[in-house]
Design a protein around this ligand. Structure first.
Ligand SMILES: Nc1ncnc2c1ncn2[C@@H]1O[C@H](COP(=O)(O)OP(=O)(O)O)[C@@H](O)[C@H]1O
Ligand SMILES: [Mg+2]
Length: 284
């Protein structure tokens, strides 16, 4: 069993670090994460190396239980790695390091939509006038401008997930971490939210790690796709998505480049899904 106490996570000015190039936002080296339950231990991640560039949209795919959620939780500092090192670029001006968007919305039920979206800014001590301007612009992009005074229980699931996305962008974190955020939405809502997400992201070019089950979605959104191995998670391959933006899923489906990327990603992923089926790892 390895020593869990060695926390090697550095948040700092990476541009001055000899370890890193200036265009890197996250660098992970030899990351291993074991969970201990009584005298049993599970290696969720085993020797993962990764560099995420500043402003990159990186999609992550891999079989259930391969360690995707654990990876982004460790980057966020919500888990401590067993060994390995994570360097994360320090945000300027008191901004938060990360914001997370999960599959189920995590907005506050007792706050109106606009208070939910402005929550992170309020916590950062941003003045009301500045906060209001930012909230208004995000509500507009996400089609929620008429619902600023509504409460979450008055909204549909798709609209609540929009509030979640708007809130994460409003907080202006250095890195946005999204864990299958559209996984529970119906197809129409998913396509609308994907489009809105791309519109906000293109305006901010925020470094984003986006976990998805959908190969379509990964190609539509990503600059690159990280395919993880079956449990325990490592990098199987990283694929560049060399398709100009803005991208449109309907048009892409007939595009030769899309079809061959889809095949490439799906072949890599299905090898790992088949491997994971023999391992009996059930957790999502
Ligand atoms: N808190 C925990 N305690 C024990 N085991 C965990 C915990 N979180 C995750 N695991 C295990 O780690 C592995 C990876 O889980 P996870 O990161 O949730 O995978 P994914 O998000 O790819 O489905 C799984 O085997 C899971 O059972
Ligand atoms: Mg998960």
């Amino acid at each position: 069993m390895k020593d869990v106490s060695q926390d090697q996570r550095y948040v700092g000015d990476l541009s001055r670090s000899a370890e890193l190039r200036p265009d890197v936002c996250v660098k992970i080296s030899g990351l291993t994460k074991e969970f201990h339950m009584g005298d049993r231990s599970i290696a969720a991640i085993d020797g993962l190396d990764l560099e995420v560039k500043d402003g990159e949209f990186l999609c992550i795919v891999g079989p259930s239980g391969c360690g995707k959620t654990t990876l982004i939780r460790t980057i966020a500092g919500l888990e401590t790695q067993t060994s390995g090192t994570i360097w994360v670029k320090k945000p300027a001006g008191g901004r938060p390091l990360t914001a997370m968007v999960f599959q189920t919305d995590s907005i506050f039920p007792w706050m109106t939509v606009e208070d939910n979206v402005g929550y992170g800014l309020r916590m950062q001590g941003v003045k009301k006038s500045q906060r209001d301007a930012k909230v208004e612009s995000l509500l507009k992009i996400t089609g929620l401008e008429k619902f600023g005074k509504s409460y979450p229980h008055q909204l549909s699931g798709g609209m609540r997930q929009r509030v979640n996305v708007a809130r994460a962008f409003a907080a202006d974190p250095e890195i946005l971490l999204m864990d299958e955020p559209f996984g529970l939405l119906d197809e129409q809502n998913r396509m609308i939210l994907q489009r809105e997400l791309m519109e906000i992201w293109r305006g901010s070019r925020k470094t984003t790690l986006f976990i998805t089950h959908s190969v379509d979605e990964a190609i539509l959104l990503g600059d690159r796709i990280l395919v993880m191995t079956a449990h325990p998670g490592r990098v199987k391959e990283i694929i560049d998505i060399d398709i100009p933006r803005p991208r449109d899923l309907i048009a892409l489906r007939g595009d030769q480049k899309f079809i061959s990327l889809y095949k490439q990603v799906w072949e890599l992923l299905s090898e790992e899904v088949l491997r994971s089926r023999t391992q009996g790892v059930l957790r999502q």
